[in-house]
Design a protein around this ligand. Sequence first.
Ligand SMILES: *[C@@H]1O[C@H](CO)[C@@H](O)[C@H](O)[C@H]1NC(C)=O
Ligand SMILES: *[C@@H]1O[C@H](CO)[C@@H](O)[C@H](O)[C@H]1NC(C)=O
Ligand SMILES: *[C@@H]1O[C@H](CO)[C@@H](O)[C@H](O)[C@H]1NC(C)=O
Ligand SMILES: *[C@@H]1O[C@H](CO)[C@@H](O)[C@H](O)[C@H]1NC(C)=O
Length: 455
Amino acid sequence: MEKNKRVFTFLLLLVFFHGAIMMRSNGYEFEEEQQGGGEGEGRERGWFMMKESKQVFKSEGGEMRVVISPRGKIIEKPMHIGFLTMEPKTLFVPQYLDSSILIFIRQGEATLGVICKDEFGEKSLKGGDIYWIPAGSAFYLLNTGRGQRLHVIISIDPSQSLGLETYQPFYIGGGQSSVLAGFDPDTLTSALNITRPEVQQMIKSQFRGPIVHIRKEEAPTMWTEFLGWRGEEKHKHLKKLLEMKQGFSQYQDYNNPWWSWRNIVKSMLDLTQEKNKHSKCEDSYNIYDRKSDYSNDYGWSKALDYDAYEPLKYSGVGVYLVNLTAGSMMAPHMNPTATEYGIVLAGSGEIQVVYPNGTSAMNTRVSVGDVFWIPRYFAFCQIASRSSPFEFVGFTTSAHKNRPQFLVGSNSLLKSLNLTSLAMAFGVDEATMREFVESQKEAVILPTATAAPPE
Ligand SMILES: *[C@@H]1O[C@H](CO)[C@@H](O)[C@H](O)[C@H]1NC(C)=O
Ligand SMILES: *[C@@H]1O[C@H](CO)[C@@H](O)[C@H](O)[C@H]1NC(C)=O
Ligand SMILES: *[C@@H]1O[C@H](CO)[C@@H](O)[C@H](O)[C@H]1NC(C)=O
Ligand SMILES: *[C@@H]1O[C@H](CO)[C@@H](O)[C@H](O)[C@H]1NC(C)=O
């Protein structure tokens, strides 16, 4: 038994260090696609940086930028990363998407209105909160922070998407871009049981973009009405929207805008009537409040899987947050089960990634807002610059407990292997091997004053 185990671990190690052979037979398809744009050295340095980004919209009240997932065989689960910014007192209008999203409130306060399991719920969100919204679920987001911008980082899972470049939003209200606007006016008139001029008012109102101001002092808009901030009159108008004709019953499935719209409006009214209504919607989870899964003098890390936040089970995404003190390093490690997408939140540092054949794949300086990705099995490390702490958040493509395998440090996987075999594999004597494996007394997060980039 013991011998078999030794042989097995030894083989594992061999496979890892010589994984090149395996990986090659799979073909690095992504290389070709990634290489398309780049030139020479720059291409090599930025291999695991996600640089291709697209401004999805910019409107009066804010904007959204999406960093596009790398493509190719090596990506077992692509993921776009969205950056949403909303000005104070703005509303991200009701919509549903063709992609499931996991939102992370980076900064600010918000109210999220969302339909889940046939119910409408409103959630107050603050910095550090995580919330999962499945594809096809209608939602809206209101910036409630006083005089504060709202920053949201969003992981977008395109696996159910219509295959467009980023994602496809379907705006429920809001003028000509509304999915309602495409219906024949007569259809709307009878479906909503409202007059033609009312339909005109609802649909032909000027589309001011997906994020709109909702200042009370300004002329009322359909959104101030929608939010129920103005008197009885508006309620009556909204109520009319509810009075739909039976003819639309065939559309009453989960993904239908009519269904969603009706539920939102209905629930808005319900909410104003009975305040503390129980809702079936999941609570959010605050990752800032979570106690560290690992911490020492050089920093901490937190990882969220579905044991901590159940909706992650359905999302198939895990979340982690790391804070390295200035000059510290997340020890070289690899993820055996998940691809990792990371976003730099604060400070600056360096990301090093190694090919399975042991050559450097990337060694790049990163700063706030940069997005990187690490395929599973690839060894990598993050190093904080010497001048400030380095903070990053990440999404992993598995909601199961991600068990990173450390290659260096007191919990290194090398330490659990037979030293004799290891020395043979490295072609050194045992004393040298022991020195190599056992000198580092710290684990996971290491002090690295000399390796750290200066600023
Ligand atoms: C349409 O609205 C009118 C009042 O405006 C109401 O009397 C009528 O019952 C409504 N019809 C349906 C089908 O809801
Ligand atoms: C990260 O650690 C630094 C100190 O090293 C601290 O000032 C900062 O607030 C931490 N960030 C978070 C989000 O806790
Ligand atoms: C290692 O693998 C990478 C990626 O396939 C390749 O570009 C590089 O040339 C390889 N290096 C060696 C020394 O085989
Ligand atoms: C390691 O393997 C060698 C030979 O394969 C064996 O003699 C030695 O006892 C093993 N050491 C440990 C600590 O298991």
